[in-house]
Design a protein around this ligand. Structure first.
Ligand code: NAP
Length: 437
């Protein structure tokens, strides 16, 4: 017996998968009970140089030599993008092949259709590599914590932005300087939009939400903000206030109204919290289960070998399952059926906030801003006002608010925006206190 694996894509991740399956043949054979073999790999250009050179004849330009090939039991989709990945994954499932994918964008956008197809066909679609690379968070939520009502999931899910934020925290760099440095060191793509605007982490948050709560949000349901507006001053104030700024993905059930709150935003995290100490390109996730308590996972969220580690782990699990006579057709999301519930609108979610206003140093500015906040039910917990810059007469006015719904805060800021002394829109960063933790 042997399990044959076909790859769609032989780029960074695909080459890593090929390397592990080839170099660790004996180890994997012991884990599965028989060999895993690479059968075929589809790419755009079979003649291009590869990070791990494939054996002669492995590469093909025709993905249908992988998809629908009766000799291939597991299709590994590591080509990325929405199309042709969606069409090929659906075709593989329809033809009876199990699928492993690292493609979070594909699952966040077309996941319902793909998971339903897999369930209807009694096949698996595993996607451990799609969220936080090597960290086994999918399996942890789906299996290890299956007995729990999940109270919250909070994660640092994008290595590029965490690398940039770490540089801004430690070195006082501007966003532009930190991004350039990250690009030169290979931590950021030439086009970093998906990372720095938060789209990549939002895709992963969709998947964590459905695993934790059985609710599949659309990207439009999620308040997703990137890190491009953060300034060195915010990092200085965060430090002075005892916080660290991280791009934080959270999904939580509000204990008051039972509603689901899902968002991806820069957040101030108390300096002593485990997530505040996750630096550089590392990823981490903290999950709070009603029975388990807090579980903290951390590790490499991307890169050739860490990502391939997760992909091949999925292949091994599928090979094992496919052999089991008692195999069930459990849906790949770990839920028997999904709920129709939707997530709470972002404006209704309550948080504490950090506000930074750039103002002209005139009497009455603080009172005017405080008045606008008070009219919308936002009360202030702390104010910091530094002396004015002698050259410009401008000053940073920083406030920490008590907990208030985001819609009230935004309305207050709209009110305050007309104040003549204000030099631009306020910087708003949510403050995450991790209640009860
Ligand atoms: N890189 C990471 O660290 C990482 C981490 C977690 C998840 N992921 C996910 O893993 C997936 C792959 O990422 P990657 O970094 O390995 O990408 P990549 O290096 O750009 O590789 C993509 C591969 O897919 C092939 N391909 C693309 N479009 C194709 C098409 N239309 N037909 C046939 N082959 C096609 C490419 O062929 P050619 O080589 O001939 O161009 C290449 O071999 C993505 O979904 C990504 O989000 C990546």
């Amino acid at each position: 017996m042997q399990t044959n694996v076909g790859l769609l894509g032989y780029g960074t991740v695909g080459a890593g998968v090929a390397k592990i399956i080839t170099m660790e043949e004996a180890l994997l054979s012991q884990k599965v009970g028989w060999p895993l073999k690479l059968a075929r790999a589809a790419v755009r250009d079979p003649s291009a140089a590869r990070a791990f050179p494939p054996p002669p004849g492995l590469l093909t330009a025709d993905p249908y030599e992988v998809v629908g090939n009766p000799d291939i039991q597991v299709v590994v989709e590591v080509m990325g993008g929405l199309e042709p990945a969606r069409t090929l994954v659906l075709a593989a499932l329809e033809s009876g092949q199990h699928v492993v994918t690292a493609n979070k964008a594909l699952l966040a956008v077309h996941g319902l259709e793909i998971f339903e197809t897999a369930a209807r066909k009694g096949l698996e679609i595993f996607f451990e590599a799609a969220v936080a690379g090597a960290i086994p968070v999918i399996r942890t939520l789906k299996e290890g914590l299956a007995a729990n009502r999940i109270q919250s999931v909070a994660g640092i899910l994008n290595g590029t932005t965490n690398y940039i934020l770490t540089s801004m925290t430690r070195g006082g760099a501007t966003f532009g300087e930190a991004l350039k440095d990250a690009q030169e060191l290979g931590y950021a793509e030439a086009d970093p939009t998906m990372d720095v605007e938060g789209t990549d982490a939002a895709h992963k948050l969709v998947l964590l939400t459905v695993l934790a709560y059985g609710v599949f949000p659309t990207l439009d349901d999620i308040r997703a903000e990137g890190i491009t507006k953060l300034a060195p001053a915010d990092f200085r104030f965060a430090e002075a206030l005892g916080y660290v700024i991280k791009l934080l993905a959270t999904a939580a059930e509000n204990p008051g109204d039972g509603k689901l709150e899902v968002r991806l935003q820069p957040a101030m995290i108390p300096r002593g919290h485990l997530l505040a100490g996750v630096n550089g390109a590392m990823n981490a996730i903290m999950i709070r289960g009603h029975a388990s308590g807090d579980i903290f996972l951390s590790g490499a969220g991307a890169g050739m070998m860490p990502t391939a580690s997760a992909v091949v782990g999925d292949v091994v699990e599928i090979a094992r399952l496919a052999s089991s006579r008692t195999r069930t057709t459990k849906p790949s999301l770990g839920w028997h059926s999904l709920k129709a519930e939707t997530v709470k609108p972002a404006g209704e979610i309550r948080s504490r906030h950090y506000l930074r206003f750039s103002v002209r140093d005139r009497p009455g500015v603080l009172a005017a801003i405080a008045g606008a906040l008070a009219r919308h039910g936002v009360s202030i917990a702390q104010v910091i006002q530094k002396e004015a810059d002698p050259g410009t007469g401008h000053v940073h006015l920083v406030m920490l608010t008590h907990s208030a719904p985001e819609a009230g805060l935004r309305a207050a800021l709209d009110d305050a925006a007309s104040l003549e002394s204000l030099l631009g829109p306020a910087m708003v960063i949510r403050v995450e206190e991790f209640a009860g933790g």
